[in-house]
Ligand binder design. Structure first.
Ligand code: NAP
Length: 365
């Protein structure tokens, strides 16, 4: 316990913030010593701030319930209380961008779930199994801002976590992808709490999520990009066309994916070869044995009616990309169904894995 790194959670009272609090309860490396949220919650004990809206299991972790919630808009309040912060704030983009920079300027690194800094060219947007090499831009980011210990690293949107891992595994194996059509069926927890009104969600599907299709189509290009002159240069492809829908599921985003390879007909992989690539896929988090890394980042379900959010979202503690229904596509080359836990891999546990990678690479030393 004495060797654990003290961490803070900004937005600790929200949907993703609560996930952080619960998931960090018994974390081997990190201990929550600081919680912050809006001025509405500031000054209250955490248990009072989340009374009647605690969503994650029966009890609030003992170590956190009596911490006094601080105002997240005051980075100086975190000084000396934690080594770095997870940011799960829901505010205007410009406000979040300025606030995350203010924490970094105070020497407090920010591991963020917010979208505000995803397109900042010297901020890595990490999926540790895919683009760990983007950590190289942090040195340039610190130099550019004159920050000593502070920096910002972010996570991508939760919707594309459904298809990024199988896509990357195929590209790595020598099967580049040219075009994809992705239709997502996204859980209500993705909209935070209280989220979408129940009148819109029960007995219904909402075929629109503001801003989501743009993120699903474009963020993959930065994730697959490469570091050049201290900045991330986006990849040229694949081209993604997406339709994002909200469905009455609590947790777990599902996606139906159709994909075309950028290869001549005789070089395209068979379904068996695709499956083999997915089954064998492992990367740096698995090599480093990071505490939250899934042993199998991609899990393929053979049953014809899987994956299903209710049954499969917690595979590998909610960190696996669960795939199924791989078959030939009459328009593109292959099609399949993908599932990822949006508040675990897609949000808090994905953020924790990012922090574990940063720690393993010495960024908190
Ligand atoms: P949420 O449930 O609405 O929680 C928002 C948090 O931000 C609360 O702690 C809230 O504090 C705090 N906050 C709101 N206004 C503030 C202000 N003016 N100053 C300081 N703190 C303020 O949202 P969420 O779903 O957890 O999402 C949090 C972030 O994660 C967002 O940026 C979202 O885009 C991102 N994200 C979410 C998911 C997901 O699956 N939900 C996935 C990936 C990324 P109070 O409780 O005091 O109001």
């Amino acid at each position: 316990m004495a060797d654990k790194i003290n961490v803070g959670v900004l937005g600790a009272t929200g949907m993703v913030g609560q996930r952080y609090i619960k998931l960090l309860e018994d974390h081997p490396w990190f201990k929550v010593t600081y919680v912050a949220a809006s001025p509405r919650s500031a000054g209250k004990a955490y248990k009072e701030a989340v009374a009647n809206r605690w969503l994650i299991g029966a009890n609030i972790p003992c170590d956190v319930k009596d911490l006094i919630v601080q105002d997240a808009n005051d980075p100086k309040a975190a000084l000396g209380k934690c080594r770095f912060v997870f940011s799960a704030l829901e505010m205007g983009k410009d406000e979040i961008k300025a606030l995350e920079a203010a924490y970094a300027a105070e020497g407090i690194p920010v591991v963020s779930n917010a979208s505000a800094n995803r397109w900042t060219e010297d901020v890595p947007m990490l999926i540790p199994e895919i683009n760990y090499s983007h950590l190289d831009v942090i040195a340039e980011q610190k130099k550019h801002h004159g920050w000593d210990k502070g920096f910002v690293a972010v996570k991508p949107n939760c919707s594309l976590q459904t298809y990024m891992m199988p896509l990357y595994a195929l590209q790595q194996a020598g099967y580049p992808v040219k075009r994809m059509i992705v239709t997502t069926l996204q859980a209500v927890s993705g909209a935070g709490y209280p989220g979408v009104p129940s009148f819109d969600m029960i007995d219904n599907i909402v075929p629109y999520i503001g801003g989501e299709e743009e993120k699903t189509e474009k963020e993959c290009l930065k994730i697959l990009g490469s570091v050049k002159d201290g900045k991330i240069e986006n990849a040229a492809g694949p081209i993604v066309s997406s339709t994002c829908t909200r469905v009455p599921v609590i947790d777990g985003h599902t996606a139906s994916v159709n994909l075309e390879f950028d290869l001549p007909e005789d070089k395209k992989p068979s379904l068996e070869e695709v499956l083999k690539v997915w089954e064998n896929f492992k990367s740096l988090p698995q090599e480093l044995k990071l505490p939250s890394a899934p042993e199998h980042p991609i899990v393929y379900r053979e049953e014809e009616n899987r994956p299903q959010p209710n049954r499969d979202r917690d595979t590998e503690k909610g960190m696996a990309c669960v795939l199924g229904r791989l078959r030939k596509c009459n328009v593109f080359d292959i099609k399949f169904v993908a599932l990822s836990h949006n508040t675990k891999r897609g949000a808090a546990l994905g953020g924790i894995l990012n922090a574990e990678l940063l720690k393993a690479k010495g960024f908190f030393d």
